[in-house]
Design a protein around this ligand. Structure first.
Ligand code: ADP
Ligand code: MG
Length: 697
């Protein structure tokens, strides 16, 4: 079903030729409906004149004034300066770009009306390139009613042209011709305005509209749109889920015959949570359609073993399984664990990374292609063209937030190709970033969720201390005692999150030198992103083997690395990192039997928000609690880890701000899917432009 306005192309409007149509298309505007959903990003008040004397720096204002004089000034840059005045004061209008025709329009004694931002330069107030209307001899300003809408636009498409085009589309709105898709009982229940009214108010707001509420998104007009968007997204993801279930997959009917014996060979027992999640996955694997499951588990909750158990079942059925990790260190660590675990059971494991020596790589590629490799462990190298799998039945993605959707898609497509386009691999995505349940249900509505909410027994919680940088000397003494007296190891993490990797490396180098000077008796290693992967690997190995006491590192050690004897971590500039990321880093310690500490070494002064955030870290060791707080204090991008990949994008909705609407969103979406399938389709067409995506984890 197509809504009426979605079937009218913008090219039918006056002033939209092929060139303009192209510009509009670059803003994702193709139809009248697209145009109407292209909302202003700000409003200007053109209903009144501001006296010059009342203006403050930085303020946007409309001024009505008389031209005093006009000069071309040759400073650093040539510019046209026009002095204007009203009864309350004087200011300059300054243009750096102007034609001689424009210059001629500035006539002394004539009137001018302009709108712009007031700046302060060279001891005078000025507006630089304001919007100007020349009124010539007329001494009455031209005022408009209501607020003027300013639209996001693109190079080569002027605000004025876009507004003129929009005006034509608004006539359709005035006749309420935009199709209402949310059932009226829901509009009544939630007290939402009709769509036509909401859109019209946003395009042509009355003067008394609360701009603040619009900007914060808690105005009913915005809520109305956010609600519809969330409903549409939810429906779209449910459809993805259904469409995935149309594919075929290898059904893995039973656990590997050595599964139990393998578990008995481990020095520990599975936690209840691990057992439960393994069962959930096994249920999925029995189906002849692909599994799409997200496993959430705090750092150290033992996700690797859960993945390994399921990969083992796949191998037991004579098929291939692959696990992909975001870094070489992590892939190599997994490879070691897997080899150690599974060698006794005659299972072949195989590592593939891009930095492997050519001969080894060739051998690995051949083993993968011929099916000699049963369990494959790798990095991004697995996407490469030369890789062909052989009856690939299961793809495990570790630390999912480090990968983009496209990359995961490629891997799945490879799997499908390896299975004669007939069987799609089952997919298991793992994340150490706990996502609050309501959020996960929305953001990952196409996935089934499993949570490992229990840590292996015997681990002591990590004690976190928030410390001012001025106590550095004391801290260094503590490091000495930790390494010498107690024979334990220490991580020292240098973070500079917004700066370049280069600067981060430099900071780590400086810290390394300073620490080596202060602690000459310690063996101190330095690991950062500029090192080659084998150098990093060697250093990590040396640290693991206790050849180093102290490891200075950038955030490259963030994921997965396991050194049980390390029991102290210092994190510099912790206020710059997201709470979830801090929690991940901190999870590198506390992996042994001994008590561990994490020192958050900050530089005063801290903002109120930063203080609150560090307090959360001190008070909680629970990844889920931290994730909730991170949400409150920061916003969902960080929590879902989508800032990096830019996947989770809503036009109007905001999962945190709108979280109290979510239960209604699910019910409404369900209602529409079951009662009004045509509307469901129209909603997706309206809101999910890029086509239905593969799960957006
Ligand atoms: P994460 O969930 O952060 O990926 P890992 O899988 O790396 O955690 O596990 C962390 C450590 O805990 C590893 O050394 C692993 O062998 C160990 N481990 C896993 N499961 C258990 C268990 N049930 N009891 C004790 N130790 C376990
Ligand atoms: Mg892990």
């Amino acid at each position: 079903m197509q809504t009426k306005l979605a079937s009218i192309q913008v090219s039918s409007l006056k002033g939209v030729g092929p060139k303009v149509a192209e510009k509009l298309a670059s803003l994702s505007i193709r139809t009248l409906e697209d145009l109407l959903f292209h909302l202003p990003y700000k409003y200007q008040d053109r209903s009144r004149i501001h006296p010059i004397g009342s203006l403050r720096q930085g303020e946007y204002a409309q001024v009505f004034a008389q031209i005093e004089r006009v000069d071309i000034v040759f400073g650093k840059r040539r510019s046209l300066v026009c002095k204007v005045s009203d009864a309350t004061g004087m200011m300059d209008i300054r243009l750096f770009y102007f034609s001689s025709a424009q210059q001629k329009q500035f006539v002394r004694g004539e009137y001018i009306q302009c709108y712009g931002q007031l700046s302060f330069s060279g001891q005078r107030y000025a507006m630089i390139h304001p919007e100007i209307t020349f009124l010539h001899d007329s001494n009455t300003p031209r005022l408009s009613e209501g607020l003027k809408a300013i639209y996001p636009t693109t190079e080569g498409l002027q605000q004025r042209s876009l507004t003129a085009i929009m005006q034509q589309a608004l006539n359709y709105l005035k006749r309420a011709e935009v199709t209402e898709l949310i059932p009226s009982e829901w509009l009544t229940k939630l007290q939402f305005p009709a769509l036509a009214k909401a859109l019209l108010m946003l395009h042509q707001p009355p003067l008394d509209l609360s701009l603040n509420a619009i900007e914060n998104g808690d105005h009913p007009l915005i809520k109305r749109l956010a609600f519809e968007e969330l409903v549409a997204q939810h429906i779209a993801l449910q459809k993805v889920k259904k469409s995935i279930q149309q594919h075929q997959a290898y059904a893995i009917k039973k656990p590997h015959s050595s599964s139990e014996k393998f578990l008995q060979s481990l020095p520990f027992k599975l936690t209840n949570a691990q057992q439960r999640v393994i069962q959930e996955i096994r249920q999925d694997l029995q189906h002849s359609y692909p599994m799409m499951r997200l496993v959430q588990g705090d750092v150290g909750s033992g996700k690797t073993l859960v993945a390994a158990m399921c990969m083992l079942d796949v191998v037991g059925a004579g098929l291939q399984a692959v696990i992909m990790a975001p870094t070489e260190i992590l892939a190599e660590q997994h490879f070691k664990s897997f080899t150690q675990w599974f060698k006794p059971w005659q299972i072949t494991t195989c590592l593939l990374t891009s930095k492997m020596p050519a001969a080894e790589k060739r051998a690995a590629l051949a083993a993968i292609e011929q099916g000699d490799a049963q369990m494959i462990i790798g990095t991004h190298a697995l996407f490469q063209q030369q890789v062909s799998f052989n009856q690939l039945a299961l793809v495990v993605i570790d630390e999912q937030h480090r990968f983009g959707v496209e990359q995961r898609k490629t891997l799945l497509e490879k799997g499908l190709a390896a299975n004669n386009q007939q069987y799609q691999p089952h997919q298991l995505v793992m994340t150490a970033t706990p996502i609050p349940r309501t959020l996960a249900q929305t953001a990952f509505a196409d996935l089934d969720l499993s949570v490992i909410d229990e840590r292996p027994p015997g681990r002591k919680p990590i004690t976190t201390i928030v410390m001012d940088e001025t106590k550095r000397a004391q801290l260094i003494e503590r490091v000495r005692a930790n390494c010498i007296t107690e024979n334990r190891q220490v991580y020292w993490v240098c973070t500079l999150i917004d700066e370049s990797e280069e600067l981060q490396c430099q900071a780590a180098e400086v810290t390394h030198q300073q620490l080596q000077q202060a602690l000459p008796e310690l063996k101190i290693g330095l690991i950062h992103g500029r090192l080659k992967s084998d150098e990093k690997q060697q250093l990590m190995q040396a640290f693991k083997d206790h050849e180093l006491n102290l490891l200075v590192a950038t955030t490259v050690i963030e994921v997965g690395v396991d050194v049980p004897n390390a029991s102290l971590m210092i994190i510099e500039n912790p206020e710059r990192l997201g709470l979830s990321q801090l929690h991940q880093l901190r999870g590198r310690v506390g992996r042994g039997e001994k008590e561990s500490h994490c020192v958050l070494l900050y530089k005063a002064p801290l903002s109120k928000n930063a203080k609150q955030r560090l307090t959360v870290m001190r008070e909680s060791n629970d990844g889920f609690v931290i994730a909730e707080k991170d949400l409150e204090l920061r916003g969902p991008g960080e929590v879902l880890g989508t800032r990096q990949t830019g996947v989770l994008e809503y036009k109007f909705a905001d999962l945190i701000r709108d979280s109290e609407m979510l239960p209604d969103v699910y019910f409404c979406a369900d209602d529409i899917m079951t009662q009004h399938p045509k509307i469901a389709e129209a909603l997706c067409a309206r809101w999910v432009k890029q086509g239905v995506q593969l799960s957006r984890v």
